[in-house]
Design a protein around this ligand. Sequence first.
Ligand code: NAD
Length: 281
Amino acid sequence: MTSSPTLTFNDGNTIPQLGYGVWQVEDDVAEKVVFQAFQAGFRHIDTAKIYGNESGVGRAIASSGLSPEELFITTKLWNSDQGFESTLTAFEESMERLGLETLDLYLIHWLQPKQDKYVDTWKALVELQKRGRVKSIGVSNFTAEGVQRLIDETGVVPAINQVELHPFFNQAELREFNKSKGILTQAWSPLGQGGELLGDGTITAIADKHGATPAQVVIAWHLAIGNVVIPKSVTESRIRENFEALNITLDATDLEAVNGLDRTAAGTGRIGPDPAVSDFA
Ligand code: NAD
């Protein structure tokens, strides 16, 4: 069976470049679709406390017959749990739900600039890594300034920064910054949440050329530009289709065309909140 290529973190650990995300998936559905994702070939699962499905993911892991060494599991610390002690507690609660002894990757879910607890929170992640409870630590929805502050105040560079990233919002500047610090970039909503992007004429023309689907073209673009990518679907045929994007190789002309779809300059590319100015409860 095909397996995802891996990328290497600045801490020496590796991550499967193609993973499966479970935002907006009910807990009981998560158990079923994560199992289907394993059957399709995915070994990397992206969840979060706030998704409310860590238990379902845990049940899918337990019934999969796969060993922890074969899997790569990410979860995220929710905003209301930021702070040193509260992070240590929230981590153990997530691990309980997941049914795991050791986590592969723990992320701070959002920067929360006004709350301003992210440096203390990061120190707790560093502590959890020192204790061997989590193999790699990183951030999500962090600006370059936020990442730089973590580095300046703790000396520990995140392994990865998971941010909104798709062809309409390709994060060229932040990807460059991450790369300069040895941080991998991970794309959330990589398919643009399945909206306009998958019907875009440039994407569908490339899909026709390769005998692929639009979703496969977009996933192949992420893989080619070095992103870790975690598309979501709850439809079994699409779960398989998304994994099989590993078999599609885009050429330089295709990549150039997809790069040309970026709407950052027009200010209309972003779907979700801007981490630089967004705080949530
Ligand atoms: P996505 O870009 O992966 O799009 C998912 C949607 O695209 C599906 O619901 C479906 O409608 C459509 N789709 C999927 N496969 C398809 C296919 N083969 N053909 C046609 N349509 C298809 O959106 P997402 O769920 O927002 O993002 C993926 C993952 O990223 C999430 O599940 C979650 O794990 C992560 N995420 C993280 C954050 C964060 O703040 N860190 C935010 C959003 C998402």
